[in-house]
Design a protein around this ligand. Structure first.
Ligand code: G3P
Ligand code: CA
Length: 321
């Protein structure tokens, strides 16, 4: 094969590792969507190069295609060229951080009622292990249903770190959800995991991990524990009024898409902050947001956003990342 004898490609550690993995019969890793974007199609990772460089955040994984917050949704997101995979985390009754969006199990879990309905924080990890977190997707989206989704487990954050590691081709965008468990020590638990899985240095040095929350006190708790972890202040409303305040502790802002305007993008950038709106899924909306020169955005369809960014050079400055 031509790429086997190309010295430039062999200088890429991702390509070399993928050649090794393919030779061993193992799935290749996705290439870094920006820094490793090839000039011509790469037979191992045939992702189109980006004409506009923005940060693709796979919201709950590639959750438009696969059940949210399953390893399958995260795998797919990385295959589609997402730069970050998002985890919403909540603590179980026994203090384990699990990846799930809702405070309750009822929408996305199926299984024994005593284990798979009600509040996540009232269940132990052992109870959650009995639940199926994929079948709901097949019920809700029959046009995208797959047998492989039936029975998918809930991942713990630790399992996510174990699977994807701390290499150059994965970044984590972790949201601390409102919760009353662990006496407010979710931040410490998260920090401990970052150290345990050698992600702390990557988070601090090149934002391999971003920690996001709607709750300023949660971000301030994290900052008090470790002032170097990059933080994102989320907003349902009110981004324009309080972005300047957030610039005292946060690396960036994550406003609802309805809040975003060229003026808000300009305000964020004037404060030296990244702006990553959520959650944008339609092609026209993705293009409109990209044209406003946001630094990146959350989408359930990282493939669509990547296509938008690959098709058009919007003339934006390099994103803050
Ligand atoms: O974290 C960005 C976005 O995901 C916030 O909304 O409700 O989907 O967590 P939500
Ligand atoms: Ca979220």
């Amino acid at each position: 094969m031509r790429h086997l004898c190309c010295p430039a490609l062999l200088r890429s550690p991702v390509v070399v590792l993928n050649l090794f993995l393919v030779a061993c019969g193992t799935s290749p890793l996705p290439s870094n969507p920006v820094t490793d974007a090839p000039d011509e199609p790469d037979p191992v990772n045939p992702l189109p190069a980006l004409r506009t460089d923005q940060v693709i955040v796979a919201h709950r994984g590639a959750s438009g295609h696969a059940p949210e917050h399953t390893l399958m949704a995260y795998d797919l997101a990385l295959e589609m060229g997402a730069e970050y995979i998002e985890q919403d985390v909540l603590p179980t009754a026994d203090g384990v951080l699990v990846c799930i969006h809702d405070d309750t199990l009822d929408r996305t879990a199926r299984g024994p009622e005593e284990n798979c309905t009600g509040r996540v924080g009232d269940k132990t990890l052992e109870q959650l292990r009995t639940c199926d977190f994929g079948s709901w997707f097949n019920e809700a989206y029959p046009d995208r249903a797959r047998d492989a989704y039936v029975g998918l487990p809930i991942p713990t954050l630790e399992e996510v770190f174990q699977r994807y590691g701390n290499g150059p081709d994965v970044r984590y965008y972790i949201e601390i959800k409102p919760n009353t468990r662990l006496g407010g020590s979710v931040e410490q638990t998260l920090l401990d995991l970052l150290h345990e899985y050698d992600l702390h240095a990557g988070a601090v040095e090149h934002r391999q991990v971003l920690v996001q929350s709607f709750i300023p006190t949660s971000l301030l708790t994290m900052r008090a524990l470790d002032p170097d972890i990059p933080l994102i202040q989320l907003y349902a409303v009110g981004a324009t009024a309080t972005a300047a305040l957030a610039s005292n502790y946060a690396f960036g802002i994550g406003p609802s898409s309805s809040e975003v305007s060229p003026a808000l993008v300009e305000l964020a950038h004037s404060l030296g902050m990244a702006i990553h709106p959520y959650t944008i899924n339609g092609e026209d909306d993705l293009a409109a947001m990209a044209a406003m020169c946001v630094d990146g955005l959350f989408t359930n369809f990282p493939d669509r956003y990547r296509a938008v960014l690959s098709q058009t050079d919007y003339g934006c400055p390099a994103p803050i990342r």
